[in-house]
Write a protein that binds this ligand. Sequence first.
Ligand SMILES: N[C@@H](CCC(=O)N[C@@H](CS)C(=O)NCC(=O)O)C(=O)O
Length: 193
Amino acid sequence: VITIAAFRWVPEFARGQVRDLRARWALEEAGLPYRTRLLEQGDQDKADYRAQQPFGQVPLLEEDGLVLFESGAIVLHIGSRSEALLPQEPGARARATQWLIAALNSVEPFVMDVVRIDTFLSSLSNALGGKPYLDGERFTAGDLMMVAVLRLLERTGIVGSDPRLAAYLERCTGRPAFKRALAAQLADFREAA
Ligand SMILES: N[C@@H](CCC(=O)N[C@@H](CS)C(=O)NCC(=O)O)C(=O)O
């Protein structure tokens, strides 16, 4: 029977998102029974697990001596046994594989950046704390660059969801020097139009 390695414990926010779900879902679609090997804290760094999964991650599939890691490889392997996941017809099979690779290679890296942005922005917000600027009472080049970067998110509403960062952004972009710089850039574009 197929065994899928998964973590026994993860923080609340990760529950329902850990990548062994991809393997479990594929097995459910394929109608294949499986059992789990639940890793205790620290198991992922032990030599025996690393010998099977070099990166110490989940999922890992084991079946009759076959050991596979990478959720994509696992789903393709399960799919090779199920028309529900990978059609027999070669063109349709190739297209299903194409979309699986698109998910992992073209879309997932950007999605993961969005997932991580919350952590980084709340750390930044905590670093700012109740101060007007990152280093305290006075504006520095650090604020200039931080705000130049945060402004890239202007159209997303992400910064606006943190009132402290939103106020910081307003404070910095309200500076006369910023307004002059922005007006000058936009004027150059207007002239060129
Ligand atoms: N590319 C791998 C990524 C696996 C992965 O990131 N697994 C996470 C859980 S969702 C993990 O094991 N993280 C623990 C760690 O990296 O130490 C896959 O798709 O299988």
